[in-house]
Ligand binder design. Structure first.
Ligand code: ADP
Ligand code: MG
Length: 388
């Protein structure tokens, strides 16, 4: 065991059982005495406590020393990784008004497979096959959703299904993606050191990646100006690229990319960026964390350019239709074809892909069940799409 591992065990002793418990996905420390965990998508408070603020602060300082990034009054935020790969973010008092606040996103050892996601009801086998079609045709795909909605998981799964003769270049701020394919190279950016030197940004990595003969560029999480470089590369022949972005619906995903692309020093007019986003993004996969804690795909939509007013237009190919809630409050419903054909239907046909037009027909959804103990959808059999 490394010295770092031993010291984490000593300093984080109060939360160690949760760090070791694979069913726990997140540990949230709101000051020394208020600790919450997330398990199965649901958050619960736990009884464990740190002795006092000083011992919690000592734990954070200890981690900061091991990763060589300062945490003090001048640097009140710390981003680091524990030896097992878990991501930790800490904010110290007085910025954190409850006392030192820490969030640990556990590194999940179990890699969910496409089969697992289908079994969990996150998507249907038909929708999964449609995603394979998009992948085969090298569509540019963005995966959109809130924190913890399963974006990174699905990106890893999809990228692992790329044809084995393709070279995949993966760029991340914080290494997290698991991609199992024949020919993958991973790069990780880094923050500046204590002297403000040596920073490597995702923008640097995107630029460098284009000289590394990629068949596909994958940006783990697009959250800043790298959006501009990624979109330009998608528009200049590097199709089949992918990334995740934090947004609530497919159209917002495109607007978000535009906003991020404008977060650079480059003086690019808004209209130009908008036109680039509109032509770069072919498919948006929208994920959502449902009220019951499950993660589901709620949309597979196509980006189809802009209308005359300059608003992004999308074509929903699959939508989640909720039919009700069961006795335990579990969300019932399915990701159903809408009946809309993708604009690249001809491409599917001329490439003889086994995905005929009929596959896009909307299947009848069972009528909504009457609400059970206060849950459920409005009566009358009208399913409610766009579940929150
Ligand atoms: N469809 C799913 N059903 C259940 N759990 C999931 C699903 N997708 C992802 N997870 C789990 O949810 C957690 C967060 O997933 P992640 O992909 O990191 O989310 P994001 O990238 O959106 O923040 C992980 O522990 C992951 O194993
Ligand atoms: Mg993620």
């Amino acid at each position: 065991m490394s010295v770092f591992e031993t010291s984490v065990q000593v300093f984080l002793a109060p939360v160690l059982p949760y760090l070791k418990d694979d069913s726990v996905t997140e540990v949230m420390i709101n000051g020394p005495f208020n600790i919450f965990i997330e398990r199965g998508g649901c958050v619960e408070k736990v009884a464990t406590k740190f002795e006092d603020e000083a011992s919690l602060m000592a734990a954070v300082r200890n981690i900061s020393q091991f990763v060589g990034r300062p945490i003090d009054d001048e640097h009140p935020f710390l981003d680091a990784r524990l030896p097992d790969g878990s991501r930790i973010h800490a904010v110290v008092a007085p910025i954190a008004r409850n006392g030192t606040t820490v969030c640990i996103r556990k590194f999940s050892k179990v890699q969910l497979s496409l089969k697992d996601l289908i079994n969990k009801g996150a998507l249907t086998p038909d929708a999964a096959r449609f995603l394979d079609v998009c992948l085969y045709l090298k569509k540019n795909i963005m995966i959109s959703g809130g924190t913890g909605s399963g974006k990174t998981t699905i990106l890893g799964i999809i990228a692992s299904r790329c044809q084995p003769d393709q070279r995949i270049v993966v760029l991340e701020d914080s290494a997290e993606l698991k991609i199992y394919n024949n020919h993958v190279v991973f790069f990780e950016g880094r923050p500046a050191n204590e002297f403000g030197k040596g920073q490597v940004t995702l923008r640097d990595l995107v630029k460098s990646s284009l000289r590394l003969r990629p068949d596909r560029v994958i940006v783990g999480e697009v959250r800043s100006g790298e959006a501009l470089d990624l979109i330009s590369s998608m528009n200049t022949g590097h199709s089949g690229s992918m990334g995740t972005v934090h947004s609530n619906n497919p159209r917002e995903c495109l607007t978000r990319l535009e906003t991020l692309a404008l977060m650079t020093d480059a003086e690019v007019p808004v209209q130009a960026v908008r036109a680039q986003v509109a032509s770069a993004i072919n498919i948006v996969i929208q994920l959502s964390r449902m009220q019951d804690g499950s993660r589901k795909l709620t949309h597979i939509s196509e980006g189809i350019g802009m209308d005359l007013q300059g608003n992004y237009m999308t074509n929903d190919i699959y939508l989640f239709e909720q039919t009700g809630r069961d006795k335990e409050g579990k969300v019932l419903g399915t990701l159903n074809a809408t009946g809309n054909l993708p604009t690249f239907m001809r491409e599917i046909e001329v490439n003889h892909l086994p995905f005929p037009k009929e596959m896009f027909q909307r299947k009848a959804v069972p009528a909504a069940k009457p609400p059970q103990s206060g849950t459920g959808t409005p009566s009358g059999g009208t399913p409610t799409p766009h579940a929150a």
